[in-house]
Ligand binder design. Structure first.
Ligand code: 8DG
Ligand code: MN
Ligand code: MN
Length: 462
């Protein structure tokens, strides 16, 4: 039929922001292999290798959008992101014919690759540092810890100390608990503040490497000074192990002359290591991949029945009614209200009220200062948390940026630039033809400005 024909067609569209890229797709074997090649190119570094990394990524992304498992070279030969790539094609062909790629196996067994991979798992260690450590004959984290010849940054010291915790995937449930803790403090400091889980979780991932929280307030300007206050409150309750605060560097000129494919934005933010008390996650840890059980954790937070009755959350019956996609997360909820065009207000209010009511239940029960002196009996796990502050007028753009994926951002920004002569960032959309910034209240409006069909966050897993 014509509708299925158009479906096949847009899955082969030029930009991945025009395609639907689900989290779970049909060609994992091929994309895993291509992503090893991407990673190797990233580790190698330099301009040439970063273009190679992007080519592998684009090929992998194209395969993720295909409606079924590729069995034959003919099915992929004409994909526009594979057409020019001899290397990609060779690897895909090898896997289709042999069941695996010897080149990829070799890379994965390579000492250099394995070691740099371990090193880049250290918070604060990028590919360049990883390579350097390898060149200094270091081969393990113990080697790095013992080495006298390197000046570790504070970040790296923490990265080494909490390596195992930070490299254990964060669960959706943990992300929700952290969101509640932060929202509770934010709510007490400034009622109406919104704290939203973005990043991979908002795209439906059940685990992630960190928790990305976007913080805002419906009244423009009220968000100023908020981050410092939230951090102070969290710090007083011993929730923060490490913080790296970066001030806002936004000005209107910044968005007009954005460097192409620049990932970093200009929001005030804090990259932190969060101390997540084990008691707040224990009783749910076995349920955490089942998204239908992810709620604002009344068990975990020990709310009294009276408090529960006072919250404006949906009833258990409503929540547990089986439609997993409806309960995935707050970001998607907000996107649902995008649809009704009421600028997220209803949802925002509910979230804030929840946070306020839960606040009093969140006092740590153990003296964490005493226990932090002895890591052996730590009663908390270390989690990477990013806190980002956005003024309300930039909220939709910030939300879209921080939902990601990185590749989705890259593609939609390329599209905006090349096809629309516009500059898109996490701060806004600038029309270079009209020489004007285009405001948007919702993500849907952004897609409309770009003349793109709307894609749900869970369809942006490129
Ligand atoms: P993961 O944590 O589940 O592993 O993956 P993720 O959540 O998709 O990646 P992330 O590294 O935590 O970043 C979340 C998104 O935020 C990513 O798609 C890129 C986007 N992003 C911006 N601005 C910035 C910025 O200034 N720095 C970083 N690191 N990410 C940014 O829109
Ligand atoms: Mn993330
Ligand atoms: Mn992050």
């Amino acid at each position: 039929s014509s509708s299925s024909a158009s479906k096949t067609c847009y899955q082969d569209a030029k930009y991945c922001c025009q395609r639907i890229t689900p989290l779970n797709h049909h060609n994992k074997k091929l994309t895993d292999a291509l992503e090893v090649l991407e990673k190797q190119a990233d580790f190698l570094g330099g301009d040439n290798n970063s273009s190679r990394a992007l080519a592998f990524r684009k090929a992998s992304t194209a395969l993720k959008a295909l409606p079924k498992t590729v069995r034959n070279m003919r099915e992929v030969e004409n994909l526009c992101d594979l057409k020019g790539g001899k290397h990609c094609k060779r690897v895909v062909q090898e896997i289709l014919e042999e069941g695996f790629s010897s080149e990829v196996e070799d890379i994965m067994n390579d000492e250099w690759f394995q070691t740099v991979k371990i090193f880049t798992g250290v918070f604060g260690c990028g590919a360049a540092t990883g390579r350097k450590w390898f060149d200094m004959k270091l081969r393990s984290l113990e080697d790095v810890r013992r080495c006298q010849d390197i000046n570790l940054t504070t970040e790296q010291k923490h990265g080494l100390k909490f390596y195992d915790d930070i490299n254990t995937p964060v669960t959706r449930h943990e992300a929700d608990v952290i969101q509640q803790i932060v929202a509770a403090e934010a709510q007490q400091i400034l009622p109406g503040t919104t704290v939203t889980v973005t990043g991979g979780f908002s795209r439906g991932k059940t685990t992630g490497h960190d928790v990305d929280l976007l913080i805002s307030h419906p009244e423009e300007g009220k968000e100023e000074g908020l981050l410092a206050q939230i951090l102070y409150a969290l710090h007083k309750k011993d929730f923060l192990e490490y913080t790296d605060v970066q001030n806002s560097s936004y000005n209107e000129a910044a968005i007009r002359q954005v460097k192409r494919n620049q990932v970093m934005d200009h929001f005030e933010r804090c990259f932190s290591i969060f101390r997540l008390p084990k008691r707040l996650i224990q009783d749910r840890s076995e349920l955490n991949t089942d998204q239908s059980t992810v709620k604002l954790g009344e068990n975990t937070l020990k709310m009294s029945p009276k408090d529960q009755a006072n919250t404006q959350r949906p009833t258990l019956a409503e929540e547990g009614s089986g439609d997993v996609e409806d309960t995935t997360n707050k970001t998607q909820n907000q996107d649902n209200s995008d649809e009704t065009g009421n600028a997220d207000d209803r949802n925002v209010r509910t979230q804030s009220q929840d946070a306020g009511l839960l606040d009093s239940k969140l006092t740590p029960c153990v003296d964490s200062e005493a226990t932090s002196l002895n890591d052996g009996v730590r009663d908390w796990v270390a989690r990477r948390v990013d806190l980002i502050i956005t003024p309300h007028s930039q909220y939709a753009y910030a939300l879209m940026g921080w939902i990601g994926s990185r590749m989705f951002n890259r593609s939609i920004r390329d599209y905006a630039n090349r096809e629309m002569n516009m500059t898109l960032t996490s701060h806004g959309l600038f029309d270079k033809t009209k020489n004007a910034l285009i405001p948007a209240k919702t993500q849907r409006e952004i897609f409309e400005h770009l003349k793109l069909q709307y894609r749900e966050p869970k369809e942006r897993n490129c």
